[in-house]
Design a protein around this ligand. Structure first.
Ligand code: GLU
Length: 379
């Protein structure tokens, strides 16, 4: 089995050594693996973290002192470090890929590039052009300009969005963990999960807090990436980036150590993907159990009768999350009514909307065509 288009994400801890310096030997081996797949006819896109860490390492060398804790530094400091580190990262990739005669290109993206249609199309066209020309795009978040509220912050989500954007068939997250682990009652990891066919409650519960020391992701962001990937018709794999020949094993469908997430049989169309993952939600609508059941089990619209409350201020046609009364987000959609209007029609029949508001835009608060099922709040 050969994949046509593969997106490979490499985490900071995989790319850097114990002192935080870029591990050029590892980067060379990664370039070798990518080149082998490329020669076998697979288009390869890299999503690489490591800029901030590489920047810090360089800055420590300049300053002659070491940064004690990353947790306490400010956002502008991290952004400055990304600006220092990104060219170092690209320099390392360039040197590594040149040895295999493969040209590389730097592409820096932000959240808005996926939310705004014309920017999305521009980014996609450029990436497709690069792939057509036989270039390996190396993508990172544009950390220096991404504002705190809306930045991805972790490249797991970014990589999944890129893979979905490019209709890739495989997304590989190379990490410093082997994959998703089952845990016992005391939270101790027990067994590696080899295959996930459905991202259900049991799987989400396995994702604890971030296990990795230096990256920003953890299992939660990897499962969010899996949600984006599998609903977009992609296979996703989490594996340890340092295992010899891991990229080859995964790409060729050989036996490997890691977790494979199978794509859902029915993938979401691009419009629904955009609705689900493209834009940050402007607020939330809280619904009762009956409404939740009808949306989840029967694919029905959200009617005012099922609405219990509203959170945040939003206008008609904005994206909102749909939550149950326990606070679990299970859907997203374009609302037909503003938050103020919804407060006034909550709990009423659709036939009473006009009486309450003096007009009626639609029977549904969110029509089923504008509703998509998701698990949890996505960044
Ligand atoms: N964009 C960040 C960097 O290059 C990494 C985010 C992440 O850890 O995934 O350093």
């Amino acid at each position: 089995m050969a994949y046509r288009r593969v997106v490979i994400k490499v985490g900071t801890s995989t790319l850097t050594d114990e002192n935080g310096a870029l591990d050029r030997v590892y980067i060379a081996s990664l370039a070798m693996q990518c080149a082998a797949e490329y020669r076998a006819g697979t288009q390869v896109v890299l999503v690489s973290s490591g800029a901030i860490r590489a920047g810090i390492d360089q800055w420590e060398n300049y300053a002659g002192q070491s940064l004690q804790s990353l947790a306490r530094v400010t956002m502008p400091f991290k952004q400055a470090m990304a600006a220092i580190g990104q060219p170092l990262l690209m320099q390392a990739y360039l040197a590594a890929f040149v040895a295999y005669d493969l040209p590389v290109a730097q592409v820096l993206l932000t959240r808005e590039d996926f939310g705004e249609r014309h920017r999305f199309l521009h980014a996609r066209n450029t990436l497709q052009q690069l792939l057509k020309m036989g270039v390996v795009p190396i993508i990172n978040e544009n950390d220096t300009v991404a504002t705190e509220e809306i930045r991805f912050g972790d490249n797991d989500t970014l990589a999944a969005m890129v893979a979905s954007m490019l209709d890739a068939d495989l997304l590989i997250l190379l990490s410093d963990v082997e994959g998703l682990y089952e845990r016992d009652e005391s939270g101790r990891y027990t067994r590696l999960v080899r295959e996930v066919t459905q991202l259900d409650e049991r799987i989400w519960r396995m994702a604890g807090e971030s296990g990795s020391r230096v990256g920003t992701g953890g299992m939660i962001t990897k499962l969010q990436a899996a949600q984006i990937a599998t609903t977009s018709g992609l296979t996703m794999v989490i594996a340890h980036g340092r295992h010899e020949g891991i990229v080859h094993q995964i790409c060729r469908g050989h036996e490997f150590t890691g977790t494979i997430f199978r794509p859902l049989p029915r993938k979401l169309c691009h419009r629904k993907r955009w609705l689900a993952y493209g834009l940050p939600a402007s607020g939330a609508i809280v619904v009762n159990e009956g409404a939740k059941e009808r949306i989840l089990a029967d694919g029905k619209s959200l009617l005012p009768a099922g609405v219990v409350a509203c959170e945040g201020h939003f206008q008609p046609q904005q994206v909102v999350e749909v939550r149950d009364e326990q606070g679990n987000v299970f859907a997203r959609g374009f609302t037909n009514y503003s938050s103020e209007e919804i407060v006034r029609i909550a709990g009423c029949q659709s036939s009473q909307i006009e009486e309450r508001l003096g007009f009626k835009r639609a029977d549904e608060v969110i029509h089923r065509d504008n509703l998509v099922l998701v698990y949890g709040t996505l960044k």
